[in-house]
Design a protein. Structure first.
Length: 132
């Protein structure tokens, strides 16, 4: 399973910024949603994993030009930082200045617009309690 890499001894650092509207979607049914929330809460307890929520009333990511999911990969070695963006026709990988603008926007959203670590965990637990 992909998530197992985050549990290894030399696991990479991972930061997940999720819009609250995604967490509120419960199309999969309560059992599936509860299992997913427990999984995220379990990962968030790891020292190498951070999870934060953008509040439902925040659309700062759209103003920052981020309208889709993306991944930023910063390697430990002397490799360039890469970004993978989802598009309707598949993923696109970029590097250089395009990546810098996304990392700057992401860092600003993380610092200035997202719920703090404890508030995020509290919100996830509250949603879990609702679906259980």
């Amino acid at each position: 399973m992909r998530g197992e890499v985050l549990r290894k001894f030399d696991a990479p650092e991972a930061k997940f910024l999720v819009h609250q509207s995604i967490i509120a979607q419960q199309e999969a049914g309560p059992e599936v949603i509860a299992a997913q929330l427990r999984y995220v809460l379990d990962l968030a307890e790891r020292p190498n994993v951070s999870v934060r929520i953008l509040p439902v009333n925040s659309w700062a990511h759209i103003l920052a030009g981020i309208g889709t999911s993306f991944r930023i990969l910063e390697m430990r070695e002397a490799w360039p930082t890469l970004m993978q963006v989802d598009t309707p026709i598949g993923g696109v990988v970029g590097e250089g200045e395009d990546v810098k603008s996304f990392t700057d926007a992401y860092d600003a959203l993380w610092r200035e617009r997202s719920l703090g670590d404890e508030d995020t965990i509290d919100r996830l637990k509250a949603v879990l309690k609702e679906v259980e």
